[in-house]
Design a protein. Structure first.
Length: 238
């Protein structure tokens, strides 16, 4: 089963070209913008103005890979994989392996880039400050290794959530779930006590200073959400 699931994961990784393309284009555009700013700086033209410009780290756009992959794998790859002879169990576990790999790859890229590129450029100051996810969410407070695992756990949760919600939208209960999420955000945000509960949830999965608690919460939530895929895909027609 493990070998079959891994083979399915490799099929997924080879068939999410749209996800690679979207993430690649965004990274390329941001890279070009930074290069142009640097070249103009050599001619005395400072696009940064007074030096207080803040730019999102170009590595951060690799997160788009998870968002698009969650949609493509859930919507497009199910029938493709099963028509190649794979079982539903292999699709279930293979999809999870895919998200584990993609989350790890994105987390590694962002973490390494934030330490080797974003921080030196920010310290230099001529191109402004670069916002990197490990610094914004406080993950870097525990060092790069822990920051990698904190980001990986959150991205895995994010990918699993997108995958599951996309799969559920084939049925009425998926639209009910989507409407419920929108309603909760709309209703909770204006009301102070409910807003605090909403903020506490996002604080737990993103900002909590206890790395083990943040990682554990993300992994438990990811496991619970992903388990919902079994009944969803068990009934889906090929």
């Amino acid at each position: 089963m493990i070998k079959t699931s891994w083979n399915t994961a490799k099929l997924h990784l080879a068939n999410i070209r749209v996800a690679y393309l979207v993430a690649g284009i965004c990274v390329a555009v941001m890279t070009l913008q930074t290069i142009v700013a640097f070249i103009l700086l050599q001619f005395g033209i400072n696009m940064n103005g007074d030096g207080d410009n803040v730019t999102i780290s170009l590595a951060w756009y690799t997160w788009l890979l998870l968002l698009v992959a969650g949609i493509v794998i859930s919507r497009g790859n199910f029938a493709r994989i099963l028509n190649l002879g794979a079982k539903r169990d292999a699709y279930f576990w293979g999809s999870l392996w895919t998200y584990i790999v993609l989350s790890g790859a994105a987390s590694l890229i962002v973490t390494v880039f934030s330490y080797l590129v974003d921080r030196p450029l920010t310290a230099w100051g001529q191109l402004g400050a670069f916002w990197a996810a490990p610094d914004i969410f406080g993950w870097s407070a525990h060092g790069p290794i822990v920051a990698f695992f904190q980001q990986w756990a959150f991205l895995l949760l994010l990918a699993v959530f997108i995958h599951t919600l996309t799969a559920a939208l084939d049925k009425w209960y998926g639209w009910v779930a989507a409407a419920t999420i929108i309603t909760i955000i709309s209703v909770f945000t204006p009301i102070a006590p409910l807003r605090h509960a909403e903020a506490a949830f996002f604080y737990l999965i993103l900002l909590h200073p206890n790395a083990l608690l943040q990682i554990g919460a993300c992994l438990v939530l990811a496991a619970g959400i992903y388990a919902l895929n079994r009944p969803i895909f068990a009934r889906r027609a090929v």
